[in-house]
Design a protein. Structure first.
Length: 313
């Protein structure tokens, strides 16, 4: 084995451990929460909490991340169990996509990363919410057979024949951890390979992309997909791309928490692959379009005197 290959293998192993150890606590927490929800949450609980109007219920679900904050790794097993417990899939999708961005820790980290800029933090929250709600409204008009895996639907009645006790809750959590953990590991391996062999953010190619906001947004979304960063810390990475304008940076911070390499495999525990592809394309297009609108129309109106926010030290 050549020296270069050995270095790539070492870098890949390091990246795998870094991403795995960062995400594992949240996967564990998410499956623990999902197991207890599946055991103790009453079957008709969401009928009482959410309004009867489907559209209004989706709008409210998109805001639940501020009340029940989770990161992108933890939210998938949670919504998987919530769907089995009767939460409408469209509402679960709105919560799943928006929660990692509406997480209060994410909002604060974005605010601090861009030198206490409330404009950037609010823009990120607004973009994430708009995309999550828009996609959920579309999904509300689709048949479940198009996007929901049969295993998720088939277990619904079986889940409620279990006794409501601690042993059942822990068994549900363990089963979710085994199901989701396998796909999480596959996603982490793929992410580590991509990060060490495909994309180098320091390359001149990325510096050239910064000159064009459209290409810059596309490049930054691809980078977010590969890097698979946690939503609570990715703002500090985005802020370090000094050559890029606001639009590509927002695209990086919004697309990543909704769709990255490891999330694709986590999503596959709930959704069919053709729907995941639809989700990828929809989020990619909406994020790119909104990032340009915010950069050219909204942010200049908020910050007419500033051309660039200095990075927080």
């Amino acid at each position: 084995m050549t020296q270069e290959r050995q270095e790539q293998l070492a870098d890949g192993s390091y990246e795998f451990l870094a991403i795995f150890l960062e995400g594992l606590p949240f996967i564990f927490l998410g499956t623990l929460v999902s197991g207890f929800l599946g055991t103790y949450l009453p079957r008709q609980a969401f009928d009482k909490i959410l309004p009867e109007n489907k559209s209004l219920a989706i709008f409210i679900s998109g805001l639940l991340g501020a009340v029940f904050p989770v990161c992108e790794c933890a939210v998938v097993p949670v919504i998987r169990r919530l769907i089995k417990n009767g939460l409408p899939v469209s509402c679960a999708l709105a919560y799943m996509l928006a929660a990692p961005i509406f997480n209060p820790v994410t909002a604060i980290s974005t605010y601090k990363a861009f030198n206490n800029s409330s404009e950037i933090a609010i823009s990120r929250l607004a973009m994430g919410y708009m995309i999550a709600v828009f996609i959920a409204l579309i999904v509300a008009r689709m048949a479940h057979s198009f996007f929901l895996k049969e295993s998720v639907k088939a277990e619904e009645e079986y889940e409620h024949r279990h006794p409501r006790n601690l042993n059942a809750a822990l068994n549900n959590s363990l089963r979710d951890l085994m199901d989701v953990g396998l796909y999480f590991c596959i996603g982490v391996v793929l992410t580590a390979i991509l990060k060490t062999t495909v994309i180098d953010p320091t390359d001149d190619f990325w510096k050239d992309l910064a000159k064009n906001s459209i290409l810059g947004s596309i490049g930054m979304m691809c980078l977010a997909f590969v890097l698979s960063l946690c939503s609570t810390s990715d703002a500090f990475i985005a802020a370090n791309f000094h050559n890029f304008k606001y639009g590509p940076k927002l695209a990086f911070m919004v697309f990543g928490p909704m769709m990255d390499a490891k999330l694709v495999f986590l999503y596959s525990t709930v959704f069919k692959w053709k729907f995941i592809l639809f989700l990828f394309v929809a989020i990619f297009i909406l994020t790119g379009a909104l990032s340009l609108i915010f950069e050219t129309k909204i942010l200049p109106a908020w910050m007419p005197q500033q051309t660039e926010i200095p990075l927080a030290q």
